[in-house]
Every structure is written in C-alpha cells, then in structure tokens.
Design a protein around this ligand. Structure first.
Ligand code: ZN
Length: 201
C-alpha cells in the first residue's frame, strides 16, 4: 500500500509505528481505524495527546505525573509520610494504588539500572529521593522495583545508598513471577507482596 495513499496515510502509519509494541501491520490497522473515525472522535484523541504533553509534568518531589508542581499524593495530608514506596514507572504506582492497601507516599525512578542499555545511576531520579529522606519524616523505604535483573540491581543500589541514612529499607516479597512488570500483577498478588516485604541489609 506504500505510495498509494498520497503520503498522508503513510505518514500516520510511520508515526504509529513509533509506539511500543506496534509493528507495520498493526500500524496500518490502526491508521484505517482512525480514518473511519468521526472528525469529532479524531479531534478528541489528538487533543488528549496534546493535553498530556502540554499540561502534565513530573511532581517535583516524587516524579509522578502531575498537573501541578506537586502531585496529589505528595500534597495529601492524609497520606502516611513515614513511608515511601519506590517504583520504576508511574504505571506501577497506579497498580499499587488500585489495591487500596498502601497509604504512604511514592517515589518514581523513571527506569532501572541497566548497564547493558547504558542506563546508570545518574539516569535515575535518585537524588530527590535522598533529599526527601534528609527531611527526617521517612522511617521506611519500600523498594518495589520490578522482579527483573535490572530491578534487582536497582534495589541493591538503593539499599546501599539509603542504609547509611538510618532509614529502614525493605523489598516487596516474591510471589510475583520473575521477569513480569509489577503493573501487570493482579491486585491480590500485589497486596501479598507488600505485606510480605522483608528488610534489606
Ligand atoms: Zn509527588
């Protein structure tokens, strides 16, 4: 179908192919689906993409996505400020939040350590975590990085950094299959992992 659409459709397909998990076939299917949408629906989709880019930013404390400088969790006085749960991505934060079992604060690293991919400590949002610990309210950091090689390496790295501050560091329990992103774990498994967390030494 290349070269037959006057370029516009090809361009849309090329843009869609940049999304994770989308190959050429899926991109073509999505492009034709979009073509069949009403103008109003298409405008709504395009606008919501622009809104996310223009109006969302990262919370200055925890790096969660937020419409304001400080996110809803960090500014909520009802949250337990003695605990910080560390996740790799905001999507895991939302998965934990859906369980309704955790009432503390969060910290989003935006990634994990992966020397093979060239991601080192400076690529993680770690300094703001240490700054938060210095404020003295935190009693426990719960490391909820993914049960992957990168996630485990990140947990060990964080433990070494945090231990000297005197704050307790714990790692959520196993029960989540190795190699599976936490955001895909079901709620019961997530709750059990949180309850069964053990202190890291
Ligand atoms: Zn925040």
């Amino acid at each position: 179908m290349e070269g037959t659409s006057g370029g516009l459709l090809d361009r849309l397909i090329d843009e869609l192919k940049k999304l994770p998990g989308i190959g050429r076939k899926t991109a073509q299917r999505l492009a034709f689906f979009l073509l069949k949408m009403s103008a109003e629906e298409a405008r709504g989709l395009a606008q919501s993409i622009l809104d996310v880019k223009e109006r969302l930013r990262f919370c200055r404390w925890c790096n969660n996505v937020s419409e304001n400088e400080v996110c809803g969790f960090c500014s909520d006085p009802r949250r337990d400020r003695t605990r910080i749960l560390v996740v790799e991505e905001p999507s895991t934060l939302f998965a934990v939040e859906r369980t309704g079992e955790y009432k503390g604060l969060y910290h989003v690293l935006i990634g994990s350590l992966s020397p093979l991919d060239g991601r080192g400590p400076s690529d993680l949002n770690v300094q703001t975590l240490l700054d938060r610990l210095k404020q003295g309210e935190t009693k426990e950091v719960i490391v909820a990085t993914n049960p992957t090689i990168e996630g485990e390496a990140t947990a060990i790295y964080l433990t070494r950094l945090i231990k000297p501050t005197g704050v307790r560091v714990s790692r959520i329990a196993c029960g989540i299959p190795v190699g599976v992103d936490l955001e895909y774990a079901d709620e019961v498994t997530l709750i059990k992992s949180l309850e069964g967390r053990r202190e890291l030494t």
